[in-house]
Design a protein around this ligand. Structure first.
Ligand code: PLP
Length: 396
């Protein structure tokens, strides 16, 4: 008899279950709850068209708000950068990975955002998990909007600071927490999305900024879905006429490429270069990625009408269905159960539209939804046809 068998008969079989069996049990649980996810090979084409399972559909699920991810000018810039500087960066930015396109892109992005400096990270997720622990640690306080993106929570957890959630978009609740907890902590950091990724509403930044000033706290705004769409493309804070202390975002949504950034005062950015672990201990992004983002940024700067388009199309859609005026390019249709959301997705696919169902844990239980994102690359008739298809589902 092996040791293994001897132990399992003594009642510790859970400990000894193989990793395969353990994984399978958990997958089975996800299956019974309609929460199991599968990767689906999807080829992206121009005009927000995708090929999936041999079917061509118009996608209302990706975050390429300006269609720049498949824009020929951007693709050409990526190819040129690869020819000039190679396929990979070779090392961390602090070693030899800081290829010439970085400085140009960061200066240009900072100017566009009206900030002194900017710093590119490997992704928006990495920007947040690297930045938050630099400005909050044990003994400090983090106040986070309940519906903020998962990577803000991940950064808060890594920081070791005390984390308290305030009710979504509720400055009164934030004020209550600050009054009660601020004085017993060294620094305080308030964190929110600019545009909430699953609901499409904007954070009310003015009252957050006022509370931050009043209570000697800093404000971090993650504007992944605002850049390129709101405030002439400059983002949510610009549209609301204020400057957060830390302005975080991504190159992978409206800029159509990949990567993340933080923008702010020069000293803040310089400290990040010295302390942000997700910048220091990881390889720099390939030159072609920054080459693409740089071209996309040029286009964004020079075409404010393009940046206005996603919100115009979202408005048209909402008008067709008598939904409230949207605050961003994201329009959620909350369905309720996981099953109903998957069913709605399947019916829209039959009608030629890809609208991926969003389920817990990405959204709170009972609020599974279709999340529509509108892009400048959509045509007016795509939007009206989608509105017809949604009406036929009887969801609104
Ligand atoms: C998409 C998103 C991110 C992650 O950005 P990536 O560059 O894709 O890692 C971060 N924050 C918010 C609010 C997002 O919507």
């Amino acid at each position: 008899m092996t040791d293994k068998k001897a132990q399992s008969s003594s009642g510790v079989s859970d400990v000894l279950a193989s990793i395969t069996a353990s994984a399978q049990t958990r997958l089975d649980q996800l299956d019974t709850q309609d929460l199991r996810r599968h990767l689906k090979t999807t080829a992206r084409m121009p005009e927000q068209t995708v090929l999936r399972d041999g079917r061509s559909m118009v996608s209302f699920s990706d975050n390429d708000y300006l269609g720049l991810g498949v824009d020929q000018r951007v693709i050409k810039a990526a190819c040129e950068a690869a020819h000039l500087y190679g396929a990979g960066a070779g090392a961390s930015r602090l070693v030899t990975g800081d290829h010439p396109l970085y400085a140009e892109f960061e200066a240009r992005l900072a100017a566009f955002k009206g900030e002194e400096a900017a710093l590119v990270f490997g992704s928006g997720y990495m920007a947040n998990i690297g930045t938050i622990p630099v400005f909050a640690a044990k003994g400090d306080l983090i106040l986070i909007d309940r519906l903020a993106h998962a990577c803000l929570y991940a950064g808060a957890q890594l920081s070791g600071a005390r984390m308290l959630r305030f009710q979504h978009n509720n400055p009164d609740d934030l004020a209550r927490l600050l009054a009660r907890y601020r004085s017993s902590h060294r620094h305080a950091l308030i964190m929110t999305d600019g545009v909430f990724s699953m609901d499409g509403d904007q954070a009310c930044l003015k009252p957050l900024k006022m509370l931050a000033d009043e209570h000697d706290a800093w404000l971090l705004v993650d504007d992944a879905h605002g850049l390129g769409v709101l405030g002439d493309g400059r983002g949510t804070a610009h549209a609301q006429k204020l400057r957060p202390d830390l302005s975080v975002g991504t190159l992978s949504k409206a800029l159509g490429s990949y990567g993340g950034y933080v923008a702010g005062d020069s000293s803040v950015i310089d400290l990040l270069k010295n302390r942000a672990r997700s910048l220091i201990y990881t390889t720099a992004l390939p030159p072609m990625v920054i080459g693409a983002a740089l071209k996309a940024l040029e286009i964004m700067e020079s075409e404010p009408a393009l940046c206005a388009r996603p919100l115009e199309l979202a408005s048209q859609f909402c008008a067709c269905l008598n939904l409230p005026e949207p605050a961003s390019a994201i329009v959620p249709l909350v369905v309720g159960t996981e099953q109903a959301a998957l069913e709605a997705q399947a019916r829209l696919e039959d009608a030629g539209f890809l609208v991926v169902a969003i389920r817990p844990p990405t959204v709170p239980k009972g609020t599974a939804r279709l999340r529509l994102s509108f892009s400048a690359a959509h045509r007016d008739e795509d939007v009206t046809r989608l509105a017809d298809a949604v009406r036929q589902l009887g969801l609104v």
